[in-house]
Design a protein around this ligand. Structure first.
Ligand code: DX5
Ligand code: ZN
Length: 217
């Protein structure tokens, strides 16, 4: 069963509690929090305090997506609330060290890859991580279109994971909606993340259900 995570980047921040309750009731599997530093990506978003707030609202797993330089600076501060932390391979010099740090703090490590980053960059660390997050848009903003060439990347990654017998999960983030979800799942995605396809809809709960239904490939 493919899991669906709601990215609160497109939520109404003035009503975050209600926005999270809506997706929780509709059956999302986890909450995805996008943190941006204005350096790694050309945008600023939420900070560390948000994960604490979200963890007080919901019992759903919290997945923090660090789109920041030097992600190792923030892992300990986030460890208490985050169940999963995704950091970018492009921003981390010593990913094995980072993965070890996260695991020691009880956090499941996920490595994120920008669209142009090949999967070879994670070949030797694949067995050490909980997941690989394949970005299907350039990170920094919600509401962008799914990049179809990434389907080949997901497929290649899935083939490697299966051939090696690893249990590494493939997360897909960016431009996911009821049309693109089945394509990503067919290519090998285990978990899908969506912001605008959930929160920019009038019926947020209905949007989650539609997405979950469309992901049943
Ligand atoms: C992009 C973020 C995504 C974003 C997805 O930088 O990492 O998680 O919120 O937004 P949509 O689903 O609208 O493409
Ligand atoms: Zn994200």
């Amino acid at each position: 069963m493919v899991k669906v995570g709601a990215s609160i980047l497109s939520a109404d921040y003035g009503h975050l509690k209600e926005e999270i309750k809506k997706v929780e009731e509709a059956g999302v599997d986890f909450i995805h929090i996008d943190m941006m530093d204005g350096h790694f990506v050309p945008n600023l978003s939420m900070g560390i305090g948000i994960s604490k707030y979200v963890s007080e609202i919901t019992n759903l797993p919290i997945d923090v997506h660090l789109m920041v330089e030097h992600p190792e600076k923030f892992s300990l501060a986030l460890a208490e609330e985050a169940d999963m932390i995704s950091f970018h391979i492009e921003a981390c010099k010593f990913p094995f060290r980072m993965v070890r740090l996260l695991k020691e703090s009880g956090v499941k490590p996920i490595i994120a890859l920008n669209p142009s980053t090949p999967i070879d960059t994670v070949e030797y660390i694949l067995d050490y991580v909980h997941g690989i997050l394949v970005m299907t848009v350039e990170p920094g903003f919600s509401g962008q279109s799914f990049m179809n060439p990434m389907l080949k990347k997901i497929d290649k990654l899935k083939t490697t994971i299966l051939a090696e017998g690893y249990d590494t999960e493939i997360y897909v983030d960016g431009g996911i909606n009821a049309k693109t979800a089945p394509k990503a799942v067919e290519a090998g995605a285990d978990c899908l993340i969506a912001a605008s396809a959930i929160y920019n809809q009038e019926d947020v709960g209905g949007a989650v259900k539609l997405l979950k239904e469309s992901a049943k490939f």
